[in-house]
Ligand binder design. Structure first.
Ligand code: NAD
Ligand code: ZN
Length: 385
């Protein structure tokens, strides 16, 4: 597999690709002609690509991206697979309307800085970094107000531009996050979804509250640990998948409920919950889970909606209105307060490592996606080293 030699810079790549494009090789002297061929053969990397608009992904040789003035070139070491990647793999309706192949997918990653653009001031070669995959415009009202997670022009890596499932990726310096020495790089590989869970959990005060989390996927399980860490009294987690419910129990759930076998409110007397949940985190994207939530909330309860619900989802509006429920939509992570908080939560003892159930080499990506398809997994990591 060709490796990116450290003497080859983005400038070399741009220059020699230009030379090739304009057919100017004949003007190069002997030293440079050798470098020309070296750069052209060495400037490729392996990457997981959505090559064409059909089911599947392909491990391909792709050109190593070149950095702009304010970009950082990251040598990816580990990535984690998100449900979104699975949607792209299977080329579902959402992918068909959103993704334009060919595209390198993936947005959960950790890596090492390989090269920096001329304008980059906060990073150097060798730094361990992850990064925010939502690239915002910087100029809209919300960006200027410091509310970048509410930018209406957000571009997603691995969705609208090439992503992290590759040996190298570029990212604007402002999106790069330095990984603290205390953080396990396995965990840094999924800071992105951990940030979704932290963003939801920190939306409301958790201390002494009874919390219902619908959906024991990786994000629901991580949210379970976070809510307990933040001082919730009871965390109840519902799902239809026993493997995942067991994982939620391992991550600190006081009670797990398989809604196929029992009703959520059946656990109220056992947990001494008198009138319903104070806080609800919807993390399944399933309409019936939202119905369970609004039905079992106490008056004045607060709900965070992270799961992506179908647009025709029905709820009992009487519950929402007459119980005075407050509902907050959650998109991504707050930039970059969520990143700061998740770093400090982990440094303060929050343990999310049990969510990792499988690790594969990037070459074995098919196996990794097959495991995710079964639902018998937590977080699945791909190694790129
Ligand atoms: P996941 O799909 O791995 O997990 C969802 C879980 O919900 C599964 O375990 C499934 O069995 C369970 N489920 C299905 N029906 C249920 C029901 N009726 N009641 C309770 N549980 C039920 O997803 P994830 O990666 O953990 O992410 C959670 C959700 O958040 C997904 O819907 C995802 O698309 C969404 N998401 C949103 C954002 C955002 O920015 N808003 C970001 C990332 C993920
Ligand atoms: Zn903006």
């Amino acid at each position: 597999m060709p490796r990116f030699n450290k003497r080859v810079t983005s400038l070399d790549i741009v220059l020699f690709r230009l030379v090739q494009h304009c057919n100017l090789q004949k003007f190069l002297d002997n030293d440079n002609i050798a470098k020309f061929y070296y750069v052209l053969t060495m400037s490729f990397m392996k990457a997981l690509v959505k090559k064409s608009p059909v089911d599947g992904l392909w491990l391909e040789q792709m050109p190593i991206p070149v950095i702009g003035t304010n970009d950082v070139l990251i040598k990816i070491t580990k990535t984690a697979i998100c449900g979104t990647d699975l949607h792209i793999y299977h080329w579902d309706e959402w992918s068909q309307s959103t993704i334009k192949p060919p595209l390198i997918i993936g947005h959960e990653f950790v890596g090492v800085v390989e090269e920096i653009g001329l304008g980059v001031t906060h990073y150097k070669k060798g730094d361990i970094v992850s990064g925010e995959g939502h690239i915002t415009c910087g100029y809209c009202r919300n960006c200027r107000a410091g509310l970048r997670h509410l930018c209406h022009k957000t571009i997603g890596i691995g969705i609208q531009r090439d992503g992290a499932f590759a040996e190298y990726m570029t990212l604007p310096e402002g999106n790069v996050w330095p990984v603290h020495n205390d953080i396990d790089t396995d965990v840094a590989a999924f800071f992105d979804p951990l940030g979704n869970a932290v963003h939801c959990a920190l939306s409301f005060s958790m201390v002494a509250e009874d919390v219902l989390i619908t959906g024991a996927g990786p994000i629901g399980c991580m949210a379970t640990s976070i809510c307990k860490h933040l001082g919730a009294r009871n965390v109840v987690v519902s799902d239809i998948n026993d493997y995942r419910l067991e994982l939620a129990a391992k991550m600190g759930a006081d009670r797990i409920v398989n809604i196929q076998n029992e009703k959520i409110e059946d656990c109220f007397s056992e947990l001494k919950i008198s009138s319903g949940f104070d806080i609800g985190l919807e993390m399944s994207g399933n309409p019936s889970a939202l119905q369970d939530l609004v039905r079992t909330m106490y008056h004045g309860g607060k709900i965070a909606l992270l799961g992506i619900l179908p647009n025709d989802t029905l709820v009992n509006w009487d519950d929402i209105i007459f119980k005075g429920l407050r509902i907050k939509g959650i998109y991504g992570r707050e930039m970059f307060e969520t990143w700061y908080k998740m770093t400090q939560l982990i440094r303060g003892g929050l343990d999310v490592l049990p969510i990792i159930t499988h690790k594969f080499n990037a070459e074995d990506f098919q196996q990794a996606f097959e495991v995710i398809d079964t639902g018998q997994c937590g977080k699945v990591i791909l190694n790129w080293d």
